[in-house]
Write a protein that binds this ligand. Structure first.
Ligand code: PLP
Length: 257
């Protein structure tokens, strides 16, 4: 059995964040562990409050795991503020780093800032260079590269620019473009394109968290990055297709369809 760690925020409604990550780990056949960076009070209608976990508590969670258990892959999601990012980077550097997938979570679909704007610089400078793969959606990629991305050619340009930050692979997700969604995977030399027909559903809460965790699970199982991304893309596509109504707002994807 392989062991995967998520370092991310808690979503009380269970559709995104740590809860989605652990479900995606289980659904993809790996043992899931978690370091909680922040607690959100949220439901299918929005995020109402956030409490950040202290840097020392984040460090202690990471140390407790790495001092005892083999970690085969890591996924990092919501990191909230500069202090959180600094302590994660510093603590992870004490250990050999397994494959690391970073989902540079910034704003929830409901419009809440899950990454404080003043934390963007720390994320770009301290964490992204450590990643095997980063998985920005278009709004996140735009914040990092500083220009509007609305064509496939600009997605490729953005993938090149993001790659210069120091990560090994970049996956720019095209879900925010109109029409069918194409994602661009770039390894510094070659582009791969992942294309699926757009699914008509409003129940997409947790898509980004779930995809990045499924990729981390696949890397833990020993797949190469391209295969890990392709398999995870097939998984998230079915999870979205089986997304379901929960509560009064945007329902979650179905991790165990
Ligand atoms: N809550 C947490 C803790 C998250 O990490 C995320 C996304 O990464 C979200 C909420 C937002 O999920 P969505 O934008 O899919 O609704």
């Amino acid at each position: 059995m392989k062991h995967c760690l998520t370092i991310a925020g808690s979503d009380s409604s269970g559709g995104a964040g740590i809860q989605a990550d652990l479900k995606a780990f289980s659904a993809n056949g790996v043992f899931g562990m978690s370091v909680i960076t922040a607690i959100t009070a949220q439901n299918t209608q929005g995020v109402f409050d956030v409490q950040d976990v202290t840097p020392s508590m984040i460090a202690h969670q990471i140390e407790a795991i790495f001092d005892d258990i083999r970690v085969d892959a890591i996924k990092i999601g919501m990191v909230s503020r500069p202090e959180t990012i600094e302590i994660i980077a510093k603590t992870l550097k004490k250990y050999p780093l397994p494959p690391l997938v970073i989902d540079p979570v910034m704003i929830s679909k409901s419009g809440y800032n899950l990454l404080q704007p003043e934390a963007q610089k720390a994320l770009i400078e301290l964490l992204l260079p450590m990643a095997t793969l980063i998985t920005p959606n278009l709004p996140e990629a735009e914040v990092i590269v500083g220009y509007k991305i609305n064509t496939l050619a600009l997605m490729q340009q953005a993938a090149c620019d993001l790659h210069t930050l120091g990560c090994t692979y970049v996956l720019v997700k095209g879900g925010h473009l109109e029409d069918d969604a194409t994602d661009v995977l770039f390894d510094g030399e070659t582009f791969s394109f992942l294309h699926v027909k757009r699914l008509e559903t409003k129940n997409t809460h947790g898509t980004g968290c779930t995809l990045s965790s499924a990729i981390a699970a696949n890397l833990a199982k020993g797949m190469c990055v391209k295969t890990a991304v392709e398999e995870a893309k097939a998984y998230i596509t079915e999870a979205i297709a089986h997304g379901f109504a929960l509560g009064k707002g945007v329902g979650p994807v179905h991790h165990f369809y």
